[in-house]
Unconditional design. Structure first.
Ligand code: NDP
Length: 304
């Protein structure tokens, strides 16, 4: 299979590429930077979709970029880096004379309203309630294919929780303070912390890329999968387990207002609030998680 991956140079993309190449698939990355095995977004727009059997979009400015202050220009980049790239790919797929058999977007669980009690499956209704949920709405809408194309191209949206792995994402920023014994709960610590090991997210994407059975018509709307581990975890449980595995104390809670000052209140909610997200459809699809629980995931990431 030939797979085209927008933003494939990043944390999730590198893991996905390893997995796809191990399975014998060919990968082309779409990037802002030209290079071997890559095309640029400009080339996609001017030359159209290169031949491919599956396409994925993983492009997006990092929401927790510690080097960027929370201001209008950063918010604009968060939106445009996701929506414009997703639109560029969905439009190239629609315009192609031989569109791929599958088209996968990875979005986020920020569409679901944070709550200590509500549980969300892929079937849960939601409407935007803040900036990040509005971003999810526009991002997922940008991926929609017209009905004529959706007849042959399977559309999938994977809503990922915090992606945990050795090589990037949230762990990269958390490990140093935890190693130094400065780790602690964020806000109340009672908020759910939906997470997934990067290897499982790559596994769910790879599975979603598999072409639909030829005799079956593909649904006109995207199939949604929650990309989270099946074990619901709170920020307190995550903090204590990471400290236990690292053999470090976790006695320095960070109050919610400090997080809001440091990150801006609109993005601090990613860490100080959370949602209980259930991967109901993901499990029903038969996907077997390699790291279904936090202990096995963290041991793989930081060593036992
Ligand atoms: P990365 O932060 O690693 O970024 C992926 C790629 O996006 C980069 O390699 C870069 O590719 C491209 N990119 C970055 N900034 C911009 C920009 N301003 N404009 C256009 N392209 C840009 O992301 P991850 O691999 O961690 O995540 C993949 C996707 O999954 C993202 O869309 C992310 O929002 C989503 N997601 C990630 C989560 C996580 O915890 N990591 C959680 C939930 C969702 P290049 O430099 O080659 O152009």
């Amino acid at each position: 299979m030939r797979v085209l991956i927008g933003g494939g140079s990043g944390f999730v993309g590198r893991e996905l590429i390893r997995l796809l190449r191990d399975k014998g698939h060919e990968v082309t990355v779409i990037s802002r930077q030209p290079g071997s095995g890559r095309i640029t977004w400009g080339e996609l727009e001017s030359r159209g979709l290169p031949p491919c059997d599956g396409a994925v979009n993983l492009a997006g400015e990092n929401v927790l970029n510690p080097l960027r202050w929370w201001n209008e220009s950063y918010k604009k980049d968060l939106f445009s880096s996701r929506i414009d790239t997703t639109k560029a790919l969905s439009q190239a797929i629609s315009a192609s004379s031989s569109p791929p058999r599958s088209w996968v977007l990875v979005s986020g669980v920020a569409c679901y309203k944070p709550s200590l009690t509500a549980e969300y499956t892929e079937d849960s209704d939601w409407t935007p309630f803040d900036l990040l949920s509005q971003l999810c709405k526009e991002w997922e809408a940008a991926a929609f294919l017209p009905e004529s194309v959706a007849k042959t191209t399977k559309q999938v949206v994977i809503r990922a929780g915090a992606v945990l792995g050795q090589d990037g994402g949230a762990m990269k920023q958390m490990l140093l303070p935890f190693w130094l014994g400065l780790g602690g709960t964020l806000g109340s610590g009672r908020q759910p912390f939906p997470w997934i090991h990067v290897s499982d997210l790559a596994g769910i994407i790879a599975r979603s890329l598999e072409p639909p059975v030829l005799s079956e018509a593909t649904p006109p709307t995207p199939q949604v999968y929650n990309g989270v581990a099946p074990t619901i975890t709170t920020n307190y449980e995550f903090t204590k387990e990471l400290g236990r595995i690292l053999r470090r104390p976790t006695i320095f809670p960070v109050p919610e207002f400090i997080m809001s000052v440091l990150l801006g209140s609109e993005r601090a909610v990613i860490l100080t609030q959370g949602q209980k997200v259930i991967p109901m459809k993901t499990l029903e699809s038969g996907y077997q998680f390699k790291y279904p629980d936090l202990t096995s995931a963290l041991k793989q990431i930081v060593g036992s």
